[in-house]
Design a protein around this ligand. Sequence first.
Ligand code: NAD
Length: 492
Amino acid sequence: MDRFDPATINVRSGHFIGGEYVDVHGPRIDVARPSDGAVYASVPVADAELIERAVQNAWTAFRTSSWARIAPRERARVLRRFADLVAADAATLAPLEALGSTRPVRDAFNWDVPFTAEGIRFYAEFADKIGGDVAATDHDHLGMTIAEPYGVIGAIAPWNFPLVMASWKVAPALAAGNAVVLKPSEMTPFSVLRLAELAVEAGVPPGIFNVVQGDGRTTGDALVRHPRIAKVTFTGSTRTGAAIMAACAETGTKPVTLELGGKSPQIVFADAPRLDDVARRIAGAITGNAGQVCVAGSRLLVERSIADELADRIQRLFSEPRAGATWSPDTTLPPIISEPQAARIEAIVGRSVASGATLRCGGHRADAATPGAFYMPTLLTDVTPQTDAVREEIFGPVLTLQTFDTEDAALALAAHPDYGLAAGVHTADLGRALRMVRGIEAGTVWVNRYGRTSDFMIPTGGFKRSGIGKDLGRQAYEANLRFKSVLIDARV
Ligand code: NAD
């Protein structure tokens, strides 16, 4: 699927609680299509009262349904069916995802939806793999740990990959036997509702997977503070992550998983094989989803002797993406999520140029057939670690270029004062690659590639202010379990 008519898509709005749509009177938020700015629907804003209803519903389902108690293989079977339904629903889910987000429908159909389904299937396979441990004790005792679900998990998702990000939260939580209350971004609230419907259709008991709509200040805050929320899992900005962590500390010392912002370096040594391929990798890592990717490779660090050559190639590649609506087959540069976000990108680039940066290309809006906010891939040189575009997470297609002469200098530039989400190293020298891997403070380091594969066992997560804990991998599954220690005395 590579196109659709946006006028033909009907969205179902509301909260999804106890397996049903719930819509109540009260304040609402208009929802606009990033591709053309048109308001196409609205969502209700869940207040503390509605959150109470959703969380109590989830708690009741957790306590009274079979979900936490059935044989784990049965839970796995339901989740595999859920994954199958998601994959089979791609023709509905992909346009729904593309309509309200920055994901071109071809990508949503070929990647986001199948990747969401596969993530659910991956965690289904975990359901009967981790049950706890037996401890070595004397023969009069039996000591063990039992892995148990927390109860109700509060999950909060961002707008940049609405289905995929939500599934990374929801799938491990459900597989471990928890109930979930998910709050999507108020900018991309609809596709996850379909996900919740499909979960019920697959046999997940009503009330085990709930969706509440609203903004961060009212709805998100009430959700994380609710006393029955036993754990919070969040993906979004570092600032919001810190606020959520504080709220969790104040209201029950709840554990948190935080997947936050980044400013990830791409380090290219002069010996990197096939410079054309390297240039393509670098360009793709900052233009994909118009740079609205947490692990966007936004800081290019190049060995001085090849800097000009690489910059020329990247500049050529930066002229290739075609701006357009997410429903158009030709689009390779999708819109920026909102007008304020596009204005913020412009302001950071403007301040950077004013402070001495050179604009090699871009630095302006793109022409597109629709009135959405499109920003051209931008390359800034003559920057320093103090330049705004080097320090701040931009979340747009803006790449800065700095040069180095030695490995130590590359490592010094790679270290960001706040962020440590991901990094790329491009070199033919294995010893050097390993020295860089050891030296870089980041949760993920890619060598001679950039970006994840479909190997779900490889977790993702940040160091420093880029986050706490992991999504994906065994780690994300275990983070949805708590371990109860039991000691049985047999001398009775
Ligand atoms: P955001 O922090 O503005 O919002 C994320 C979510 O948090 C939204 O659902 C929002 O409504 C909610 N929220 C806002 N304030 C809240 C509060 N006080 N309490 C509870 N919830 C609140 O982030 P965004 O603009 O939606 O997403 C972009 C950010 O997400 C970027 O910084 C990006 O790097 C980050 N991100 C990180 C990863 C990762 O895996 N590390 C992945 C995707 C995006």
